[in-house]
Ligand binder design. Structure first.
Ligand code: ATP
Length: 368
């Protein structure tokens, strides 16, 4: 069917499988209740388990298949016990990122009610920010599959931090558009450029391009912060921030800190966006320490699924998909407000299955 929405589904390894299935179940229910056509899932095998079986990290043609879909929904990939001959974990998703040029990773950090707050200040309940992480270059440039390692021997290893103008312009434009969207939604739209411009030329360049792009978006409030000060401020006053845009490794580290502030990695969704594709996943990994025990919090995966619907709504100009996304978000919000979502991860009594069922029950009630 021509208008059919095709979703590449990569469940991956460990808890990735459980949370991807949870996200799929919740999305399907929201779509059904809104009486929209079913999504067409194209399941692609990839990850450490698949590598153990076949010697491949993703099925043949898997990358092409993923690229041809309208969006990719991913669980999590990699297991510490399964390594390539170079000693690294199995990471085909890094290649997908690069291939599809998914340059912007959007990572919301949001406090929900009735979840244990790590910070004693009551304003911690207001945390609602987005970490916008550059996703294809920075210090991850040499970690990609293209084998860009410059020096690697037993005496010295060098890796390269790369910032390009073309990519950084796109990233900052994306950041400003996101700020404009948040402003329209009545949310904190302060856009902060997080860098280390006082020390590194690459970071001064990153900031310079931020300033250039800012000229195109009058009316958006901006600020700067050095990454070390930002780490401090994430603990001292996170409720004052709206969007934080930053280089890849800084975003990698600060988004875990963000997840920790609001109940753990199971609360941290991620959308990786390029000009033509989007990949949606929880920010966490495969969590081998808890896999197979029904302990994983599936909400990051479910919220990533909701971000996927919002992305599809924008790219297809289809408000009904945005309504599905809102339905999922509001059901989760209400679930926390009413004390009906209590993930084990943050000291509650609900595992993967129970949380998923409760979110679906909340969706059913909202629309009843
Ligand atoms: P990666 O580098 O692939 O992101 P990681 O080494 O950062 O992986 P994770 O797999 O994200 O590690 O796990 C970090 C910690 O958070 C582990 O203790 C894990 O059990 C916990 N964790 C991660 N995701 C969840 C989740 N959805 N629910 C509960 N706990 C989780």
């Amino acid at each position: 069917m021509e208008n059919e929405i095709k979703i590449a589904l990569i469940k991956g390894d460990g808890i990735g499988i459980d949370v991807a299935e949870a996200a799929q179940a919740v999305i399907n229910r929201a779509i059904e209740i809104k009486q929209l056509p079913k999504l067409a899932y194209c399941e692609i095998e990839a990850g450490a388990r698949y590598y153990q079986k076949t010697g491949l990290d993703i099925e043949p043609d898997g990358e092409e298949m993923a690229e041809q879909c309208d969006a990719i929904l991913l669980g999590a990939i990699g297991l510490p016990t399964v390594r390539t001959s170079a000693g690294t974990e199995i990471m085909p998703h890094l290649r997908l990122r690069e291939r599809m040029d998914l340059y912007a990773a959007v990572r919301p950090v949001r406090a929900y009610s009735n979840t244990p707050q790590r910070l004693s200040d009551p304003r911690a309940a207001e945390i609602d920010l987005i970490i916008l992480r550059e996703n294809t270059e920075g210090l991850f440039y040499t970690a990609s599959t293209s084998g860009r390692l410059q020096i690697a021997n037993d005496y010295e290893v060098r890796e390269t931090l790369r910032i390009t103008r073309s990519n950084t312009e796109k990233l900052h434009r994306f950041a400003f558009r996101l700020a404009r969207k948040r402003k329209h939604q009545g949310k904190n739209a302060l856009l902060t450029c997080v860098d280390k411009a006082n020390v590194f030329k690459s970071m001064a360049f990153f900031r310079k391009i931020f300033d250039e792009i800012a000229m195109e978006f009058p009316g958006i409030e901006t600020s700067y912060n050095h990454v070390d000060a930002q780490a401090l401020d994430m603990v001292r006053r996170p409720w004052e921030f709206g969007i934080l845009v930053m280089e890849n490794i800084f975003g990698d580290i600060l988004s875990d800190l963000g997840g920790g502030l609001v109940g753990g990695m199971g609360m941290a969704p991620c959308a990786e966006i390029g000009d033509r594709n989007g990949l949606f996943q929880p920010s966490h990994g495969t969590a081998p320490d808890i896999m197979g025990q029904d302990l994983a919090n599936p909400l990051a995966g479910i919220l990533a699924g909701s971000m996927m619907l919002d992305y599809l709504a924008e790219s297809r100009n289809d408000q009904s998909l945005a309504d599905c996304s809102t339905l999922i978000d509001q059901s989760i919000e209400r679930g926390f407000d009413e004390g009906r979502l209590r993930p084990c991860e943050s000291g509650g009594d609900m595992g993967t299955q129970a949380i998923t069922e409760e979110v679906i029950a909340l969706i059913n009630e909202t629309e009843a």
